[in-house]
Design a protein around this ligand. Structure first.
Ligand SMILES: NC(=O)c1ccc[n+]([C@@H]2O[C@H](COP(=O)([O-])OP(=O)(O)OC[C@H]3O[C@@H](n4cnc5c(N)ncnc54)[C@H](OP(=O)(O)O)[C@@H]3O)[C@@H](O)[C@H]2O)c1
Length: 349
């Protein structure tokens, strides 16, 4: 990509898209085209057609998707499969018809089978059953990978697909009902620290900025803050966490993912990458170690208590990094430094 060429970044306001936007700006790209979902609904074929006809982008980065946690995925499966198939089909087909030079399609690790051998390699795609709770989302994401593959095969396009591991970073979601693990834990320790230090005004500011979810915001009053925070596991003297901390998870800073996407857009084409490539550091961390790191970074001086009546989740879910390393990309952001920067950003809001 040359600095003046037109790049359509779909989903620029999201966690992943905003990180890609930051790196493009930092690298000096001056012709980045963006639209919010209210300006351009990518599910609407006619609108997508009109947009590509008018804008004729040289490159496309597809970071727009209808995403959500287990709860949203299992409650609204029709919405997840319909919207994600429509977004992918409309953008990928228009990119072919309007001569886009290269497209990067963002997928997710949930495309791999539920019982995939660990660490999960790219070639375990479609080798056995998917996890039921997000099957609809995963099928839409698999369709997007296959769309890219078959357009490349039939039309000679250069559409690449990347499968990133769990992300955290600037612009993350801190609603305790829908947040991913790291922002949820970080906020829980942060609120417990403020309680311990008696920083009530700071707590109120935090509760105004982000919803707690679980119907707690509606119950919140000035005289029951401590009780409500207890409902999310944040106390003056302890933070309560689900399970026993024995399972392992991977975490990647969205700026690292953006760096990998940029590297692949600039250096590697479909013929070298193949159908898909994992974006992962190839290492994970036991949750009890992760929790200790977050506790230290936040500066909470109480205890960590495990609620062992609650489930641990899958023992390990890790992606294999052999292929992305062989393609020449290496991660740059160390987990501890990444969490520290993430917390500094959270506190600066
Ligand atoms: N976050 C992770 O941990 C993670 C991990 C692996 C892979 N990924 C993948 O990365 C991609 C982006 O995820 P994310 O976490 O950045 O999601 P996100 O924060 O929820 O952002 C999604 C973006 O998609 C846009 N969008 C949604 N529906 C749209 C529509 N109908 N038309 C146009 N734009 C629409 C939204 O635009 P508006 O804000 O304007 O509504 C938003 O900018 C997804 O494919 C996801 O599977 C994410």
């Amino acid at each position: 990509m040359e600095k003046h060429e037109k790049i359509y970044l779909a989903g620029h306001k999201g966690l992943v898209g905003s990180a890609i936007h930051r790196i493009l700006v930092k690298e000096g790209f001056t012709n980045i085209v963006t639209r919010t979902s209210s300006e351009l609904d990518l599910c609407n074929q006619a609108s997508v057609e009109e947009f590509f006809r008018t804008e004729k982008p040289d490159y496309v980065i597809l970071a727009a998707a209808k995403v959500g946690g287990i709860m949203a995925n299992s409650t609204y499966p029709a919405e997840f499969i319909y919207k994600n198939i429509m977004i992918a089909a409309n953008v990928i087909d228009a990119s072919y018809r309007y001569g886009v030079k290269k497209l990067l399609n963002l997928g997710s690790s949930c495309i791999y089978p539920r019982m995939a051998p660990q660490p999960m390699k790219e070639d375990c795609l479609m080798t056995s059953e998917l996890e039921k709770t997000n099957e609809a989302y995963a099928l839409a994401k698999i369709s997007a990978i296959k769309l890219c593959k078959y357009y490349n095969q039939q039309y000679g396009t250069n559409f690449i697909s990347v499968m990133p591991t769990n992300q955290y970073g600037i612009g993350d979601n801190f609603n305790m009902e829908t947040a991913h693990l790291l922002p949820m834990i970080l906020r829980r320790f942060h609120l417990a620290k403020l309680l311990r230090n008696g920083q009530t005004e700071e707590i109120k500011k935090d509760l105004k900025r982000y919803k707690l979810g679980w119907g707690l915001d509606e119950k919140l009053r000035d005289d029951n803050i401590e009780e409500i925070l207890g409902e999310i596991g944040a106390y003056k003297d302890k933070v309560v966490l689900w399970g026993d901390g024995s399972v392992y998870r991977e975490m990647m800073c969205s700026d690292d993912l953006a760096d990998a996407c940029y590297y692949l857009m600039q250096n590697k084409d479909y013929d070298e990458i193949g159908e898909l490539v994992n974006i992962t550091k190839g290492d994970d961390i036991q949750l009890k170690d992760l929790f200790e790191i977050v506790k230290r970074i936040v500066g909470f001086e109480g205890e960590i208590v495990y609620d062992k009546t609650k489930p641990n989740g899958t023992p390990r879910k890790m992606m294999d990094a052999t292929k992305i390393k062989a393609l020449g990309w290496t991660p740059k952001i160390d987990l501890e430094q990444g969490i520290k920067d993430f917390y500094d950003w959270y506190c600066s809001l």
